[in-house]
Design a protein around this ligand. Sequence first.
Ligand SMILES: [Zn+2]
Length: 364
Amino acid sequence: MARTSGLRPSRILGVDVGATKLSAAVVDADGRVLSHGGRTLHRNEGPDGVIRDLLQVIRKALGDGPPPEGIGVGVAGQVEAVTGTVRHAPNLRWTNFPLGTRLSSEFGCPVFVANDVRAATVGEWRHGAGKGTTNLLCLFVGTGVGGSAVVDGRLLEGAANALGEVGHTVLVSGGRACHCPAQGCLEAYVGGWAIAERARERVRIDPTGGAELLRRAGSVGAIEARTVAEAAHGRDPLALEIMRETAGYLGSGVAGLVNAFNPARLLLGGGVIEGSPELVDAVAERVRTDCQPPAAAAVRVMRVSLGHDAILIGAAELARDQLGTRPFAAREVRREPDKLRGAGDRAELQAVKRGRLRRPGPAN
Ligand SMILES: [Zn+2]
């Protein structure tokens, strides 16, 4: 559709369609949530049921206000950006579902659909811990592991709009079985499901050493990643060992990404990081010792800052980009004082000033 000139549209709805949860909110141009429709669990019984629940959440977010000028949706799956069709969403069990068209006909406005990790990355980039940089990597370590990259001010998409499956880069050749066809993936060691699986194996082998994990969970099968994190915070030796190993795997995976992408900031988020925030420091240390020196010197490893709303804030931002015009990142780079920046951010700032770095414009 044709872009409007001048101001960016103001009444934009951001939507988060996760594997188990839905949320929606009206988000302003500064990334502030104006009206939240709440977070609700869905029963994952196919698209029709999820859409029914989603419409309720959206209507609650809109309240008695005017209809939205546009809707941005972050969805846990791979998306065809042009049509808004969800091609493949294994956790939602959707294939080729025309989510964009359904919402567009319901609300009579343009709808833009993106992968949820990519939406969250945009949220953090524009309004969170990634603000002001033009080289950003986000890694979300939850049940699964997903990532997204902004390189020289451009959000990377890949040949089939599927870039970012960094959880399935192989860390250990012939290693642990993954949920994908490969073995030894990063996710098969640090994803929430994998931490739980590793812990259960250890407790089965050594019930005495695993007594504290067993006591907390009630049974071996009930041990979750969260159980391990909590026991580690209680100084249980086995849980501490499992989390040390997890930090090692995650650090190795992240070090490879830092070498490959040379980000100025690497943001870590997701349930596993929320449960064990100390992983961030461990990863930063591994990056410092293992990465190529120029890449290691340029990057700051940090936690994400927008929490659960990152996806809907970023999705709204993507919709806003499509609907309006707005030069963004170069202006942001100039706004913050140099002293707050790491070496990579300072180098970027100099490159922008010298005109050697393309000033990022709106998505096109
Ligand atoms: Zn895998």
